[in-house]
Ligand binder design. Structure first.
Ligand code: ZN
Length: 225
C-alpha cells in the first residue's frame, strides 16, 4: 500500500543529512533512514548514523554499495594511497568526488522505498556548497526524479530541503528544528573521521566551521535585537 505520509531519508550521520532527518520527521508521519557503505575509509560514519537514527526513533537500514569504490579508484575518500585535495583544483573536481555516488544512492534508495510503499525520498545535497559536485545540483536531482519515475512507473518525489542553503543556513535550519546541539555535537562531517568539530583542517571541517561561526554571529546579533 502506498504511504503518502512516509519518507525515506538518505542518511550518513553528517551535518546535512542529520538536519534532513529531522526536517523529514517534521514533515512526514513515518520516517525511515537508509545509510550507504561504499568503501569509505571511515567505518565510524555508519555507526554514528545508526546511533543518531536510533535516538531519533527512526528505523535504519545499511546498504553496501562498495562496488563503486572498486570501479573508480581515484577518489581520496575510498583510496588510502591518495592524499585528499585541500582545495578545488582549477580544472577539475576535488578528489573527494565519488563519481556517480548520489545517482547510485538515490537509485537504490528508490528501489528500497518502493518495496516499503514509500515514494518520498529526502537527500541533503546542496548546490550552494563550494565543491560543486555535479550530482548535488538541482538539475541532476530533477532529471533523476523523472528517470526513477519512468524506470519504475511510479511517482517518486525527491525532496532536497538544503538545495539552496549554504552551511550557515543549514545550521540555522537545525536550530529551527530544535536539533542544533545534537547536530553540533553528534554528527560526523570530517573527512578524517573525527566527530563534532572534527580535525579542524580538512575541507569538510573548514566549511562546517565557517558556516557555524557565521551562524553563531548571526544568532548573537538576533538575540541582541
Ligand atoms: Zn576534518
Amino acid at each position: 500500500m502506498k504511504q503518502q505520509d512516509a519518507a525515506l531519508v538518505c542518511f550518513s550521520g553528517g551535518q546535512d543529512s542529520t538536519t534532513c532527518l529531522f526536517w523529514a520527521k517534521k514533515h512526514f508521519k513515518r520516517v525511515e533512514a537508509v545509510c550507504f557503505t561504499y568503501g569509505q575509509k571511515h567505518a565510524l560514519e555508519t555507526e554514528i548514523a545508526r546511533q543518531i537514527a536510533e535516538e531519533a526513533n527512526v528505523p535504519f537500514q545499511l546498504l553496501d554499495v562498495s562496488l563503486i569504490s572498486q570501479l573508480d579508484t581515484h577518489c581520496s575518500l575510498t583510496n588510502n594511497a591518495i592524499a585528499m585535495d585541500q582545495e578545488k583544483p582549477a580544472d577539475n573536481y576535488p578528489n573527494t568526488f565519488v563519481p556517480g555516488r548520489n545517482m547510485v544512492f538515490l537509485t537504490f534508495a528508490a528501489i528500497l522505498a518502493r518495496s516499503k510503499g514509500i515514494f518520498h525520498l529526502v537527500t541533503g545535497v546542496s548546490e550552494a556548497d563550494f565543491s560543486g559536485y555535479p550530482d548535488c545540483r538541482d538539475t541532476f536531482i530533477r532529471s533523476l526524479n523523472v528517470t526513477l519515475n519512468l524506470a519504475m512507473d511510479e511517482q517518486f518525489v525527491i525532496h532536497t530541503p538544503l538545495m539552496n542553503k549554504n552551511k550557515c543556513e543549514v545550521w540555522e535550519l537545525s536550530d529551527e528544528l530544535g536539533v542544533f546541539d545534537l547536530v553540533r555535537t553528534r554528527t560526523l562531517t570530517c573527512y578524517n573521521g573525527i566527530v563534532a568539530d572534527g580535525c579542524g583542517h580538512c575541507p569538510a571541517c573548514l566549511l562546517r566551521k565557517r558556516g557555524l561561526e557565521e551562524y553563531l554571529a548571526l544568532r548573537a546579533m538576533k538575540n541582541e535585537e
